[in-house]
Design a protein around this ligand. Structure first.
Ligand code: NAD
Length: 519
């Protein structure tokens, strides 16, 4: 299942492969077999400087930022090249993450391709506001411009796809990018850089640097010549990046964690909800910021719903990530398995019950694989760690409620605000939930669904700023007000503030109207 030959994957700076100034390498291992999948340079701050300098020079050159047709064509070609190489990319993604090939090949890849095609088209519709004479004597209009050099730091859960979410709007809007993929999963992002060059994205416009987050990622976030830093990652990392970004007051865009509630009302289609909760909780082994993590089900149907959920959880096939009949592969690492089982053990010690799973499965072909069973937990306290913290594993907690208000209160009782779903056939209940739930996306009768045309991004400690959709251009463009004086008069009406001693209303003030000086 792994790449036949172990390859070195150098960084990609200024249109060419680049080794690190440190001379050190990091190994990427399969979380299933433990085999070496590839090696990447362990970069240092000198590599960040080199990549940022290349990105700055390419941006200032203006060829990329000023040629919309070139950007549209190159991003469209990149989407085509990803499509043409989808099998290889999906296999490489599976090798470095251990999650099921079917997810990578038939979900991540098609979505990533669609995202890029969306941005290649959407950028044609980017516009400033229509011109108007707001002052009476000037024409104002808005220019939307790229921000400049964009630093982007991506996570390990959907490595290639999240890289595409990041670079799509940034490149389409005319910026240059330095991307730092997660330390555990840099390989597909490096392949992406080569495909981007093949697609015609000019040298220096898209650079990929590798290494440790607290070294390379931190240097990128702190760099004085980076205009914007975007992170998809953990809240703690977000806090560090915000602090590092303060040095030159660069823009910050944070897509952080989630703790999605899943509310099931008594009138819901219980079979649809049980399937939705199973797929919504277990996708990518639960290592998904939008995964369903907390089910609140009405007391009158709690037993029936939980029984069905238990059957569905037990039916999920865990095993060889590359096998066609595998639903769930490994988690990202043994450390992640330890973290997840720690949450479960602490919940049990505090009185929660494990209905399904709660341990490591026996997968004979991969005795040391980072597997964890789909796990269903009952009776966990609302204020416990498993209810409040991001577990990022295949674990779903179920608890019941009695009133609509209680369900909404429990759902909103979290530091996060990324995604929530509500399951009901009652339009009023659904509409009230969409208003009351404090999350960046609220779904009715589904969970996890997203689309390129609509924004993804959180409230509260899930961060700020949007990925996907036209809204993401708000992050990656700056708005410039252009104001053109129309009268040609040498002495403007507002000059009374300096020339003269009146208030603009009287004789000798040199003003025949008082529209005030705008500062
Ligand atoms: P992480 O924060 O550990 O790592 C994310 C990236 O930040 C990596 O590239 C890492 O190398 C880098 N990094 C780590 N420390 C850094 C530092 N001090 N300075 C700069 N960069 C640093 O997150 P992860 O474990 O890779 O990913 C999982 C997290 O991402 C979860 O919390 C998940 O919810 C979140 N996530 C959010 C979204 C979303 O859209 N909101 C999507 C996917 C994942």
């Amino acid at each position: 299942m792994l790449a036949e030959t172990i390859r070195d994957f150098p960084m990609f700076i200024d249109g060419a492969s680049a080794e690190s100034s440190t001379g050190h390498w990091l190994e990427v291992h399969s979380p299933a077999s433990g085999a070496l999948v590839g090696r990447v340079p362990s970069g240092g701050s000198a590599d960040v400087d080199r990549a940022v300098a290349a990105a700055r020079a390419a941006f200032e050159d203006g060829r990329w930022s000023r040629s919309l047709p070139e950007r549209v064509a190159a991003l469209s070609r990149l989407a085509d090249l990803i499509e043409a190489n989808a099998e290889e990319l999906a296999a490489l993604e599976t090798a470095q993450t251990g999650s099921a090939y079917k997810l990578r090949r038939y979900s991540d890849l098609p979505f990533a391709i669609d995202n890029l095609r969306f941005f290649a088209g959407a950028v044609r519709h980017l516009e400033g506001k229509a011109a108007f004479e707001y002052s009476g004597s000037h024409t104002s209009f808005i220019r939307r411009e790229p921000v400049g050099v964009v630093g982007q730091v991506s996570p390990w859960n959907y490595p290639l796809w999240m890289a595409v979410w990041k670079i799509g709007p940034a490149l389409a809007a005319g910026n240059s990018v330095v991307l730092k993929p997660a330390t555990a999963t840099p390989l597909t992002s490096l392949r992406l850089a080569h495909l981007a060059a093949e697609a015609g994205i000019p040298p220096g416009i898209f650079n990929v640097i590798t290494g440790r987050g607290d070294v390379v990622g931190a240097a990128l976030a702190a760099h004085p010549d980076v205009d914007l830093i975007a992170l998809t990652g953990d809240g703690e990392t977000g806090r560090k990046i915000m602090a590092l970004a303060a040095g030159n007051l660069k823009r910050v865009h944070l897509e952080l964690g989630g703790k999605a509630p899943f509310i099931v009302h008594a009138d819901a289609d219980l079979e649809a909800a049980a399937r939705g909760a199973t797929a919504g909780a277990l996708i990518n082994g639960g290592q998904d910021c939008t995964a369903a993590t907390r089910v609140y089900v009405h007391g009158s149907v709690a037993r029936a719903f939980t029984d069905r959920l238990a059957e569905l959880f037990a039916s999920v096939r865990v095993g060889d990530p590359m096998a066609a009949d595998t639903d769930m592969g490994t988690l990202i690492s043994q450390a992640q398995v330890d973290r997840v089982s720690g949450f479960v053990e602490r919940a049990v010690q505090a009185g929660a019950r494990v209905l399904v799973g709660g341990g490591r499965p026996d997968v004979p072909a991969f005795p040391h694989g980072a597997f964890y069973l789909p796990t269903l937990i009952l009776d966990a306290a609302q204020d416990s760690g498993i209810m409040q913290k991001e577990v990022f594993g295949p674990v779903l907690v179920v608890r019941s409620f009695e009133t609509e208000a209680e369900a909404l209160r429990l759902a909103n009782d979290t530091a996060y605000g990324l995604v929530a779903s509500v399951w009901t056939k009652d339009l009023g209940v659904a509409m009230r939930a969409t208003r009351e739930l404090n999350f960046g996306q609220v779904l009715v009768n589904d969970h996890l669904m997203i689309t390129s045309e609509m924004p993804h991004g959180g409230f509260k400690q899930s961060g700020f700023g949007k990925d996907m959709s036209m809204y993401s251009f708000d992050e990656y463009t700056r708005v410039k007000h252009v104001m053109i004086e129309l009268t040609g008069e040498r002495r403007k009406p507002w000059h009374w503030t300096i020339f003269g001693d009146g208030d603009g209303q009287g004789e000798g003030d040199g003003a025949d109207q008082s529209d005030g000086a705008k500062s």
